[in-house]
Design a binder for this molecule. Sequence first.
Ligand code: ATP
Ligand code: MG
Length: 566
Amino acid sequence: MHNKTSSSSASQVGAPVAHFIRSIVEADLASGKHDRIATRFPPEPNGYLHVGHAKSICLNFGLAQDYQGTCNLRFDDTNPEKESEEYANAIMEDVRWLGFQWNGEVRWASDYFQALYDYAENLIEQGKAYVCDLTPEAMREFRGTLTEPGRPSPYRERTPAENLDLFRRMKAGEFADGAKTLRAKIDMASPNINLRDPVIYRIKRAHHIRTGDAWCIYPMYDYTHCISDALECITHSLCTLEFEDHRPLYDWVLDQLPVPSHPRQIEFSRLELHYTITSKRKLLQLVTQGIVAGWDDPRMPTIHGMRRRGYTPAGIREFARRIGISKSENIVDMAVLEGAIREDLEAKAPRVMAVLNPLKVVLTNFEEGVTASRTAGFHPQHPEFGERDVPIAREIWIERDDFAEVPPPGWQRLTPGGEVRLRYSYVIQCEEVVKDADGQVVELRCAIDHATLGQNPVGRKVKGVIHWVSAAHAVAIEARLYDRLFLDPIPDGHKGRDFLEFLNPDSLQVVKGWAEACVSGAEPEARYQFERLGYFCTDRFEHQPGGRPVFNRTVTLKDSWAKEQG
Ligand code: ATP
Ligand code: MG
């Protein structure tokens, strides 16, 4: 009831930001080069998607939306050993959860294996591809370096007829894995190493998630990707900058073949986020070594992880909008991501009180029938979220660090003899501090000023307001408090040092606390602001409605990182 979203009123949020790819698209539509655009998002199903992929998803699907075009989801499944159905399913779930829908059916590069094979025969017949017997080591040696041209393979001058025969026998399984390759015949002296007769097919007896054992030769990524784009009549093929040097190969392949279209490849810079990593290989390592609980651990920068932590699709899309698209380095502070999430939750999450480090307070003059409770709205700007009763009783919980026996200068919260207001309730005064044998404060005894319910105390100012819950009414909760996973801003940026050396040992803290009773019926993935503490979300999997609520802290209220930096 009170966890419904309302549309954000901030006018700046969500307005498209101009960037060079948008300009290209607009020019192509204006000139009539294209009358509609077609983009694609082409993940390899070899891991879960991360925040960098979210940038690419928002770009590709976002452009299609903004210009009434289409965006395909195509799995780049050319590496059978590393790919799985689990990953493919998680990727589809992530794209939908982010709020996008692909055009038609999901596509697979493997749908084109026969077409790709036929095009390879075409290249061979044109004398533009040959079967090579060099070992990988020899091939590397022949390839040359950035400063030295390559040398032609001794197999480069095989005739088309011989190549066709050998290629067909490769396909038929006559040769051992790795014994031969098919290479494009381009230019061994090119300054661009990608054009020095790149391998376009390899022999690999591996079971494929879609085609099973039908093939023992698999096309290479560079050869597959451009043809897949062309077959789908993609207009703008957007990829990250590391493919810039591959563009001449992309264009070369399409120029040689009778493909239905010639998409334009455009590169933009990858997103890197401080204090985390955006490499599927390294994320996999965190999972397989048990450093995190899984791909969807809320500390992971994966879309599954961010979802479980309580990040919202709208918040992630807003983040992608803010970081923009360009060709210059895109290393972004975590504060930008957290800021976008916080802003979205600010307007959407109902507010309740919870105490995560409880200290008992006994209200000595609490009087049944005299001491009254008030109701409070779930959101100051959204009366439509409704309200609830905030019951008070003789014993309440407050946050341990809202009390200081020896208060620092400027302290406005509770202290011996001092006064503070309980949010939505009375002003109380601390009369007695009860300690255990070790001198630990175990309880405070406070008196209610019964004249202060909804009114200022007479003759004095009480500035501090603290949150609290009634011990008799509150529900016990588990709260998982997450911190950044790494202690270094660029954990994989240190030569000779492993990124795992920079793990934050305190990235997860699990605490038992108390929250207002109204959260007890929350569904999984229900979001709340715990006043003064942060935004929390019930766990997608481990929270059972009716059981003890399990909350993940999504993000703190203030930007604690900016504060640390000064
Ligand atoms: P791999 O090393 O496994 O190829 P990858 O991160 O490139 O990893 P893909 O599944 O190939 O993974 O990526 C799908 C799409 O997402 C590609 O178009 C890729 O350019 C884009 N992408 C990947 N990482 C980022 C990133 N950090 N920022 C922006 N886009 C990214
Ligand atoms: Mg890739």
